[in-house]
Design a protein. Structure first.
Length: 386
């Protein structure tokens, strides 16, 4: 044990403890009005623990400890106690034991109103005394930590916490872990008689909230004794009439949550492919029926739009063919607008020239197939599932 450190005078220790007591009293008094619905009164708290020591500064090994606390629980989150802790650690410097004692004044602040499980903060100050045949050492001790209490009943609780202990003179920080019981001695409840509460009926259905198994029933809906709507379902689709937006669906039909027929999305399409005479952008009369069919598709599906693609064979200059293919696409586009009334904003025309042949340009038959206009119209429809 390091005996070179000065022993704290009793007068200094008493002054410090008195200051801690006054400060704790002021703090607890200022919060005593923050009452909770819990018992108040004196209590005893015996505990066992494990206490670490600073081997270098104190010359003591870690050891088990025993403690006894006497305290008072206010009818609030606060409690205060005087605690005595004792252990007999072995010495680091010889074959002998050291007497270790702590005298503390601690304050507790409970973090929950739960009557069963209450976590808490603890902090306080006191004196630590180490003594052996070779001498003794005393110093002021501060501690802080956190813990939890579990109540078996109103009088008996299990209590456990972990704390950091700071020695002022030695400048050491040690750790203590405690587990014990908490006995409330003749506690009194701070609960006041509650004034009679008028039964609430939030949804105004005539059934009080405490008995209402269907809260928030819409206004005007007839309910049973449990506060649940009296269900009417005239079309037998499983959706109450009060929520059914389609009250006349066929029996057995699949319906959604609003009582309307379920629908299935389906893609539909129309392809146009017409040919042109050599070196011409005039629409051949025999192709008019195909163009009309495209116009009717677009009328049936007003959300559809079309890009009309013009093409040529490889005869002639590429730049000339590019311009010719554009004219062919424009000719079909204009026919759809002028003759069949399709909105121009739904139609685009693009010429690709000889860039996208569908047949060989080495034969007259292949070149005839390449002199063409193509268009692909698509739309999505909703089909009723029955």
């Amino acid at each position: 044990m390091n005996t070179s450190k000065s022993i704290i005078s009793k007068t200094t220790l008493k002054t410090r403890l008195l200051a801690v007591l006054v400060a704790s009293g002021v703090s607890i008094s200022s919060h005593a009005q923050d009452t909770q619905d819990q018992l108040s009164g004196f209590y005893l708290a015996p505990a066992l623990g494990y206490l670490s020591h600073s081997r270098e500064d104190h010359g003591a090994k870690d050891d088990y400890s025993a403690s006894l606390s006497l305290g008072y629980q206010w009818a609030s989150a606060w409690a205060a106690e005087f605690a005595y802790t004792r252990s007999n650690p072995e010495s680091e410097f010889g074959d002998f034991d050291i007497d270790s004692e702590q005298f503390r004044l601690d304050a507790f602040y409970h973090l929950s109103d739960d009557p069963k499980l209450k976590p808490y903060l603890v902090f306080g100050a006191g004196e630590s005394q180490l003594s052996a045949d070779a001498g003794s050492f005393e110093e002021t001790l501060y501690n802080a930590g956190l813990g939890i209490k579990y109540a078996f009943n109103d009088a008996v609780s299990l209590r456990s916490d972990i704390r950091a202990l700071r020695g002022v003179e030695s400048g050491t920080t040690e750790t203590a872990v405690n587990l014990g019981l908490h006995f409330l001695l003749g506690g009194k409840s701070s609960a006041k008689k509650a004034a009679p509460v008028k039964a609430l009926d939030t949804d105004s259905d005539g059934v009080t909230d405490q008995n209402d198994q269907c809260a928030n029933t819409p206004s005007g809906v007839s309910v049973d004794q449990k506060g649940c709507p009296i269900v009417l379902d005239n079309d037998k689709d499983g959706i109450p009439d009060s929520s059914d937006k389609c009250p006349d669906t066929e029996k057995g039909a699949a319906v959604n949550s609003e009582g309307c027929y379920k629908t299935l999305s389906e893609n539909v399409a129309f392809a146009l492919n017409i040919n042109f005479a050599n070196n011409s952008d005039a629409v051949i009369s025999e192709n008019l029926s195909d163009i009309k069919a495209l116009a009717m598709f677009m009328t049936s599906y007003p959300q559809s739009s079309v890009t009309i693609e013009g093409h040529t064979d490889s005869s002639g200059a590429a730049s000339y063919n590019k311009a010719l293919s554009q004219k062919r696409a424009e000719a079909v586009r204009q026919l759809l607008i002028d003759r069949y009334g399709v909105d121009a904003n739904r139609l685009d025309a693009v010429g690709f020239g000889e860039e996208k042949p569908v047949a060989s340009n080495d034969t007259s038959e292949g070149r005839a197939k390449n002199r063409r206009v193509e268009a692909q119209a698509k739309a999505t429809i909703e089909k009723v599932i029955k």
